[in-house]
Design a protein around this ligand. Sequence first.
Ligand SMILES: [Zn+2]
Length: 75
Amino acid sequence: MEKAGKEPEGEVFCPRCGSHRLYYFVGGRGGWIYECKDCGYHGSVVIEDSEIAVELREKWKQSLKNKEENSEGQK
Ligand SMILES: [Zn+2]
């Protein structure tokens, strides 16, 4: 039986932000749920293709930047 909190085997990436900092959050009948330490994503879907992950990462960084700019504008 695997334990939650350990790092997944092999390279997996967050589908939201492209981070590789994924950990098992909880296991169930349907498989493992992962937790992303960077964006807080919880889910069973992960990316295994590092090229896609790099693209997601760039988009994520861009969206964070946009968010910062927007919040500054609202002050
Ligand atoms: Zn993430």
